[in-house]
Design a binder for this molecule. Sequence first.
Ligand SMILES: Nc1ncnc2c1ncn2[C@@H]1O[C@H](COP(=O)(O)OP(=O)(O)OP(=O)(O)O)[C@@H](O)[C@H]1O
Length: 422
Amino acid sequence: MIEAVGLTKRYGDKTAVYNLSFQVRPGAVTGFLGPNGSGKSTTMRMILGLDNPTAGHVTIGGYPYRRLPNAPRQVGALLDAKAVHGGRSARNHLLSLAQLSGIPARRVDEVLGVVGLQDVAGRRSKGFSLGMGQRLGIAAALLGDPQVLLFDEPVNGLDPEGILWVRNLMKSLAAEGRTVFVSSHLMSEMALTADHLIVIGRGQLLSDMSVKDFISANSADFARVRTPDTEPQLREKLTSALTEAGGQVLPEQDGALRVTGLPLPRISDIAHDSGVRLWELSPHQASLEEAYMRMTQGAVDYRSVADQKAGLQQPLPPGAQPPMPVPGQGQPGWYAPPPPQQGGQPFPAPQGTPGPYGAPAAPGGQPSPNPYAQPAPQGGAPGGPAAEPPAQPAQPPAQPAAAPAAPATAPATNPTKSEDAR
Ligand SMILES: Nc1ncnc2c1ncn2[C@@H]1O[C@H](COP(=O)(O)OP(=O)(O)OP(=O)(O)O)[C@@H](O)[C@H]1O
């Protein structure tokens, strides 16, 4: 088990991690989430003894990493896949790690097979693609057949087949009773891989709960309602009736309606009483991505703004259509319903006419100027957990510790084969 207690890290006047306490238990995949710069890598480095905490402590199996007996055989980690000697072949890179940790050389070929790099084992890693580098980093983490594994963005650069492989690998490692701690920005992947989530924002703990509880706690259930595409007036009629009954209605991009605040039977009755036929009425729960966006929106440091293009773009000729938006990419106001406990509207009722492509219109009926842009900062997550930036006391930064030996391994009794290796 990994246990952090009051973990704090300051770099000069920058507080990267503040008073972080959590446990990562064996037998489960624990996802580590947070916006860019929220302190995930810093936390992982402190777990591995690569950085000294300014305050607090973190242990693995009850010991700080640097006092852990035979640490490279107990803990494996992928922090930075590029941190390899590019002039060495993949096999030689792993052999040198194995030798440092007293791991038999035959284990190298085992892990090369597990990650699917056996055919390129003799090639210098500087010629590797991003995904191949990730596989090599995962091989290094598995080398000592460790009970505790940390992966920082392990699917970065992997193709869909590789992502599926990593997902299955994480799950099977956890199923063997190991502690698996993995950071990722890919919410859809985390939803499929992780059992438990630790979410941080600006270095502070925002959430520590199961994936299921996280989604329930940070999203409102909703109903999806579809009226006949051939009769758009029915959609308008139903929207009015549902709104009048106290529901909140948001048009979805494909023409359906997303309704909150009314139970399904009531929606059905209202549609019936209004003489509106339904083609769909289904219950839904928001995705992990939506729940995450709502949870962290007040703790995001880096946001894009609409590209004004400095007048470089030619205006569209009359009658021409703007490009279709990419589903799931930053529809302003699409994510993040306000919390139900505040009595706020989980999804704002559309104002004015629908925006382009059926997306919600900007207030006043004006289409949103850039459907690809992320929403502008709203001044904090409404009702979300405290996401204030931590105080920045003027304390001298802690001295960085010397890097410990690269985490490594022992002979694997049950290596999980990659799909490449089969
Ligand atoms: N060695 C350092 N010196 C000064 N500041 C640092 C150092 N390492 C990290 N930071 C700062 O600490 C904060 C947390 O960084 P960290 O890399 O831990 O975030 P992260 O959550 O891993 O980000 P990302 O998701 O982008 O990888 C950032 O503001 C970063 O600039």
